[in-house]
Design a protein around this ligand. Structure first.
Ligand code: UDP
Ligand code: MG
Length: 330
């Protein structure tokens, strides 16, 4: 790999938006051994063509194929590649965390390793950061690429709930983002264990610009998200951003209470007027409705309780087994 561009990075430095400002590209990688080298090559060529000083932070999220061999080799060959290997598969969000915490550039770009985020947009994003002074330049999906109908409907429902409850519009948001150093530093101050990068970066604010892009087809292999993993991510994301489901339980309880009072009056009236035997339907319905609402409500509380439990345990978000840059193990 060429080392034409000088990227000596100081840790305590002034904000630098000159042409020498270094771009860190953070990429979580999971079982992408077959194409990771060529994908990085594509991105690197664009950076060299536009003379953008860069470093790659490639995080191997516990891959089971030869991904680490590839990353390791790249990091042996070039000082501009930092390869981080996590001790097991922690999931994309945690891998992203590891990458963001190890990035040293003046700006940090987050992207996927499968080229679904078009690297051709990078120079434009860097220009918006450098010349127009934006702190966050985020890629917005103008179309969602190839997804089946059920997946699309679920995604839409999920974003709708987040939007309604947490007031954060993530409908078209993606993880393809360029962030200024100060945004990264602000992000590092968020201590939660359960991370959801898209939501967290929306919460941070700062001077933002949105750039539309079309989601490309995956270069190789298939998406790593199973349906259940997506559901888990959705529940995690919703419960991380809003406690409205908990308030909803109180509202539900109040409605049941009012209804209960009315039914009570009616029951007493029936009793005193000597017409009390009928009404099994009402009893059955009441049992079913109350029983299921209590169970759902307990479940909701359970979800939040688990979250608190996990946060209280305060385990690290990820563990690193190896870290290599320019042939040296760090
Ligand atoms: N990824 C990861 N850990 C995982 C799953 C995925 O680091 O457990 C990475 C993957 O290598 C890719 C990115 O996250 O760089 C997006 O994954 P994928 O393309 O499978 O997701 P999709 O594009 O379908 O959202
Ligand atoms: Mg993908």
């Amino acid at each position: 790999m060429e080392t034409e561009v000088n990227n000596i990075i100081e840790h305590s430095r002034k904000p630098d938006r000159s042409a020498q400002a270094v771009l860190s590209i953070v990429i979580p990688v999971y079982n992408e051994g077959d194409h990771i080298r060529s994908s990085i090559g594509v991105v690197e060529k664009i950076l060299l063509d536009h003379q953008i000083p860069y470093e790659f932070v490639l995080v191997d999220d516990g891959s089971r194929d030869h991904t680490w061999d590839e990353l390791n080799r790249m990091a042996q060959e070039s000082k501009q590649v930092l390869a981080v290997r996590l001790s097991r598969n922690f999931g994309k969000e945690s891998a992203l965390c590891a990458g963001l915490e190890h990035a040293t550039g003046d700006m940090v770009l987050v992207m996927d390793s499968d080229l679904q985020h078009p690297p051709a947009l990078i120079p434009e994003m860097v220009r918006s950061w450098r010349e127009e002074g934006y702190d966050v330049v985020e890629g917005i999906k103008s179309s969602r690429g190839k997804e089946n109908l059920i997946y699309k409907l679920c995604a839409r429902f999920f974003y709708y709930i987040i939007y309604k409850t947490a007031d954060i519009d993530l409908g078209q948001a993606s993880d393809f983002k360029l962030l200024d150093r100060k945004v990264i530093e602000a992000w590092k101050k968020m201590p939660e264990r359960a991370v959801f990068f898209r939501g967290m970066s929306a919460w941070l604010g700062f001077h933002r610009k949105q750039i539309l892009f079309d989601v490309e087809e995956r270069v190789n292999g298939k998406s790593k998200w199973s349906f259940f993993r997506l559901i888990r991510l959705a529940v995690d994301a919703i419960t991380s951003y809003t406690s409205i489901p908990l308030h909803f339980i109180t509202v539900l309880g109040s409605i049941m209470f009012i209804w209960g009072a009315l039914m009570g009056i009616q029951t007493l009236y029936m009793y005193f007027s000597g017409r009390a035997l009928s009404g099994f339907t009402t009893v059955i319905l009441l049992l079913l409705i109350i029983g299921s609402s209590i169970m759902i409500s307990l479940g909701m509380i359970g979800i939040y309780l688990t979250k608190i439990y996990k946060e209280v345990k305060a385990r690290p978000r990820y563990l690193i087994s190896k870290c290599v840059r320019g042939g040296e193990e760090l």
